[in-house]
Design a protein around this ligand. Sequence first.
Ligand SMILES: O=C(O)CCC(=O)C(=O)O
Ligand SMILES: [Fe+2]
Length: 325
Amino acid sequence: MALTQAQLDKFHEDGFLIVEDVFDKKDVEAARIEMEKIFYGTSFEDYLAKSDATGKAESTDPTSTAAVPHYGETKHGRAQFPTGIDALDRLIENEDYLDMYEQCLGTPDMSYCNGHLFLRSGPTDKRHAEHPWQGYHIDHATNCFLPPSQEVDLYNYVNSCVYLHDVEDDGAPMQIIPRTHRQIIDLLPRLIEEGNWTGMGGINDIREIPEFCAPVATTAKAGSVRFNSSYGVHAAIPFKNKRRQRGYWTLSLCRGDSSQFTKLSNLWRERDFSIPFWQKTTPRVRALFGWPKPGHSYYTPETVESLAHWYPEMDLEPYQKAMEA
Ligand SMILES: O=C(O)CCC(=O)C(=O)O
Ligand SMILES: [Fe+2]
């Protein structure tokens, strides 16, 4: 299942796109259950019941621990990709999703920047600004040390999230301002001059920018995917219903040709998690993490033999076959 031309045009025009039914509802349900275990040590339902009984909601925010900056670990598990849980990690192998990602990035040569579980939990959530005109920003600096370019499609990267459950209006849907991914580069000098640009991506007050159109709430059903440009302006809003949670499985990929300056971490430095994951996944997914694709001249009888020692559980046949072809 690929994006239609109309969907792809919409992605390029608005800077984001929501596609329904990319993931099987059962897979997403299994992923949500595992996600809740990581953040709550139990289900969200039990967590709510316990909070009701004790009158106290425990914070679910992970603390960052590793040498590589990443989203971190909770008391119960790891929110950063790979989590070590198949139901979550292997969502990345969805071929339709990867095909759509290639379309959004305009190349089959894609490279991993970052991935994590992003949970906002109604009872304790504070990840939003006070007023609706505040908190807007672009995420680009999370993975890239270069400011935005006019050549949006070459130098932005694409964030995505899989909706692990339905997100409705009362569940703090992320707000995105359509078309800003192409506006921000031209507006930057003025925003800086007017003191309406903070740090490497924040806007103090969107009311001062009449060029912007109205923000859109990115509500969607479980199993949907949202793709959005790293140059797009967006913000978090509070939960209207604090008994809701919002759990996304997120991934950021960039074009291979910009991956030298657009990346967060090299998973090789997190071997406890990267080795088990790489052993089990596909050549297509391994390539997102910098692995040469089957047919690359790196693969010789000697290197394939060594790989078999380093990664005894990896299926090396695709590399072997391409080498012999
Ligand atoms: O939670 C949201 O709706 C948006 C959060 C966000 O923009 C961010 O964490 O960068
Ligand atoms: Fe953001």
